[in-house]
Design a protein around this ligand. Structure first.
Ligand SMILES: [Zn+2]
Length: 152
């Protein structure tokens, strides 16, 4: 490979690859905290795309060969591999029951749970917080009785 046909092709795409990766990122807003990790993942992917498109533009501008582009892609690939847990936190199946997940969960939700398992988890968490409140309300009278003991 001596030419820079691939670099020219990528460079001519301009900012479109970046736009394509960043637009879904705006949709994370409505998922808030429950999509924090995946929002970060899609940002990291956008950075990877940005580095590659910038490398392509650099190759075209300096009239280098595609080998430099491949070098940049290789570096990005190694970095993505090292941080694959952060960059690709996706699962196609539910983390609890292995049911196939829908696209919305795969792309946005950090918990990687199917609808049923998430509902079960929410119920369990509600019960947990309810029981914590019970314990806290039980603490009140105990404190008083201990103080009474001290008085005697
Ligand atoms: Zn499940």
């Amino acid at each position: 490979m001596n030419g820079n046909a691939i670099s020219i092709w990528i460079a001519e795409l301009g900012i479109w690859p970046l736009v394509v990766v960043l637009v879904p990122n705006l949709m994370f807003r409505k998922y808030g905290q429950s999509a924090g990790k995946k929002r970060m993942a899609s940002l990291l992917q956008a950075i990877a795309v940005f580095v590659i498109t910038t490398a392509a533009a650099f190759v075209v501008e300096r009239e280098l060969t595609d080998i430099y582009l491949f070098g940049a892609v290789a570096v990005v690939a190694v970095v993505l591999f090292l941080y694959r847990g952060k960059v690709f936190p996706y699962r196609l199946t539910c983390a609890e029951c292995e049911t196939k997940l829908d696209f919305r969960t795969i792309y946005f939700m950090d918990d990687n749970l199917c609808v049923d398992c998430r509902r079960k988890k929410d119920v369990a968490e509600e019960e947990e917080s309810a029981s914590v409140e019970e314990i806290e309300s039980q603490d009140g009278p105990e404190d008083i009785s201990e103080e009474e003991k001290d008085d005697k």
